[in-house]
Write a protein that binds this ligand. Structure first.
Ligand code: MN
Length: 134
């Protein structure tokens, strides 16, 4: 077992624009197993309307929602408004996005397993429609 309070392994916080996010998000890498590439744990805070691009995780991902309100949606259109305490599992290879709601920040911890494959942006129109139907 390895345990370290607030472990970040020296990876700096990422507060700038990210090529795979729309809008502004801040990300801390809490755990990174390096070349093994099996598990990454991130703490992410999205500003209102900020979200990831469409993507999938080779071995799946668990999201633990810490505060705020947001959404997780997969490419089949299955979507869920998420709030503090919610836990969302995205199965291996399932294409999805996650981000904040239009009127709230979202803070989540992401446990990502295997490589992440990125696709295109979640358009403003798609984002708007997703919340209107939620
Ligand atoms: Mn994900």
């Amino acid at each position: 077992m390895e345990y370290e309070r607030g472990r970040k392994d020296g990876v700096p916080s990422n507060v700038g624009p990210k090529p795979t996010f729309t809008g502004h998000a801040m990300q801390d890498t809490l755990l990174d197993d390096g070349d093994k590439g099996e598990v990454r744990v991130y703490s992410v805070v999205f500003e209102p309307r900020a979200r990831t691009y469409w993507h999938s995780h080779a071995a799946g991902q668990t999201l633990l929602v810490n505060s705020g309100e947001g959404m997780v949606e997969n490419s089949d259109g299955d979507k869920r408004v998420v709030r503090a305490g919610d836990v969302v599992w995205s199965p291996p290879g399932e294409v999805h996005w996650h981000g904040a709601g239009p009127g709230s920040f979202l803070s989540h911890t992401a446990v990502s397993l295997g490589l992440t494959s990125w696709s295109g942006e979640v358009s403003d129109e798609h984002y708007r429609d997703a919340f209107e139907g939620a």
